[in-house]
Design a protein around this ligand. Structure first.
Ligand code: ADP
Ligand code: ASP
Ligand code: MG
Length: 439
């Protein structure tokens, strides 16, 4: 079985969807296709939800109507037979009526998740109707019947595997399955999701669950590039990455992959391929156990970081000091990304400010606490990076003029991280592109 995931831009236009059909029927291998919502839909649903949360029902209604007309137009170019067109219009009516009913209910977090789920439900149903019209035999399997997260919002891989295997076994003669990315059920049985960009995570979880031969992530670019193509002018695709390298890049901001989507594929050793729907024959990037080569492969940036520095003259020789500090973060379920220490101070970074005030308050008994918001982590990722090719020398000479706040090196052989003020992100990424890659 192979898994093929198509992101928002890959299904965002009728002609793209038609091309997805070509790609999934090119080979005769049993295939499970994971689809995102049409590009822009989840953003619109987030906005609708926000309008409702703000109590602005008129604005929400206007946004719902705008989105509905986009879908009505979409159908007209996608489908041509009156019977399928009629079914598709009914699907659209059903989902938009649901959204309009929600307008009358008082807003809650559970309702928000229901709203956000509409995108993937719509895209898969419409794609399934298109396949039906084209005479492509397939089964649409609802992700809500097998994709689940526990009370800590962690996917339950073995349960997912059991349920999905059972579902697939109930269709012994079928070889093509379609399902929704992103959406799942939570520990309370409610509709939930795997966070923004979560369809990659769905694909990797499914690939692990069914022991797929490959997990293909089809998107709008020819693989993982050496730097953020949205920010830096000249970037190039990377041929091969190890699971560890890819996980670091995804976690530290390479938007092409969901931050935590690598571990399921890594756990079951399923290779992940990043491929371009617009250039299906381009090599793309393969992510597997082996790194393929040593040295720096890419840099990525993660925004919205807060640095917290705890200075204490009592820290020196005081065993147990770090534990007490970490306990504060644990209490508030706030994970630490970077950490550096000196004799008299510890600096950490967090990407979630929800409990910042409480954390600072509880850290104060340990020493002076300084907080710096609006920081960006720049990660330099590769294999045995520091041992090769004078990387440290090139790195520090490239960023000579950048006011670096923290440096983390040695935690893993795959990563060197720098913390810089957010305003320095672009300059830093550009300087590293020239200094490390000669681009
Ligand atoms: P999809 O909708 O298919 O999930 P995404 O928008 O989530 O696609 O991810 C693809 C985008 O990721 C690319 O268009 C590109 O702008 C962005 N991106 C950011 N960093 C990188 C990188 N290092 N390599 C490739 N793409 C990247
Ligand atoms: N549709 C969801 C999002 O936009 C999930 C995904 O596309 O991966 O975040
Ligand atoms: Mg994505």
């Amino acid at each position: 079985m192979k898994v093929m995931k198509f992101g928002g831009t890959s299904v965002g236009k009728p002609e793209r969807m038609q091309q997805v059909k070509e790609l999934i029927t090119r080979h005769n291998t049993p295939t499970l296709v994971v689809l995102s919502a049409l590009s822009g839909t989840t953003n619109s649903l987030v906005e609708i939800s926000q309008s409702l949360a703000n109590g602005d029902k008129a604005e929400a209604e206007q946004r719902i109507e705008l989105l509905e007309s986009h879908y009505r137009q979409f159908l007209l170019s996608l489908l041509h037979q009156p019977a399928t067109l009629e079914k598709a219009n009914l699907v659209v009516s059903e989902h938009f009526e649901f959204l309009l009913i929600i307008l009358r209910i008082s807003f809650s977090e559970a309702l928000n998740k229901d709203i956000l789920a509409q995108g993937e439900l719509l895209s898969t149903k419409l794609f399934s109707l298109y396949l039906e019209e084209q005479g492509v035999d397939h089964v649409l399997i609802p992700a809500l019947e097998f994709m689940s997260i526990d009370q800590h919002e962690e996917p339950q891989l073995s349960l997912i595997s059991q349920k999905l295997t059972r579902i697939l076994q109930s269709y012994p003669d079928k070889t093509l399955f379609i399902t929704q990315g992103y959406i799942c059920r939570n520990a309370r049985g409610e509709v939930d999701n795997l966070k923004r960009g979560g369809s990659d995570y769905t694909a990797s979880l499914i690939a692990a669950a069914v022991h797929a031969t490959v997990c293909e992530i089809w998107t709008d670019i020819d693989g993982m590039h050496n730097n953020d193509p949205r920010i830096v002018n000249k970037t190039i695709p990377i041929e091969q990455l190890s699971f560890d390298e890819a996980a670091e890049l995804a976690y530290f901001g390479a938007k092409i992959l969901h931050p935590t989507c690598i571990w399921p594929a890594q756990q079951e050793n399923v290779p992940v391929k990043l491929l371009n729907t617009m250039q299906p024959d381009a090599a793309g990037t393969v992510i597997m156990k082996e790194a393929g080569s040593t040295g720096v492969k890419a840099v990525a940036a993660k925004d919205g970081i807060t640095a917290i520095k705890i200075k204490s003259s009592r820290m020196l020789l005081a065993y147990g000091f770090l534990r007490k500090i970490f306990e504060v973060f644990e209490k508030y379920k706030t994970s630490i990304d970077m950490i550096t220490t000196s004799e008299v101070a510890v600096s950490v970074t967090i990407d979630n400010n929800q409990f910042l005030k409480e954390i600072v308050q509880e850290l104060q008994p340990f020493g002076t606490v300084e907080v710096e918001e609006n920081q960006t982590i720049i990660s330099i990722v590769g294999n045995e990076i520091a041992q090769t090719d004078q990387v440290l020398e090139k790195l520090f000479s490239a960023i000579r003029s950048v006011p670096v706040t923290m440096v983390s090196y040695g935690g893993s052989p795959h990563n060197i991280s720098l913390l810089v003020p957010a305003a320095e992100k672009k300059t830093t990424l550009q300087a590293l592109n020239t200094g490390l890659f000669g681009l």
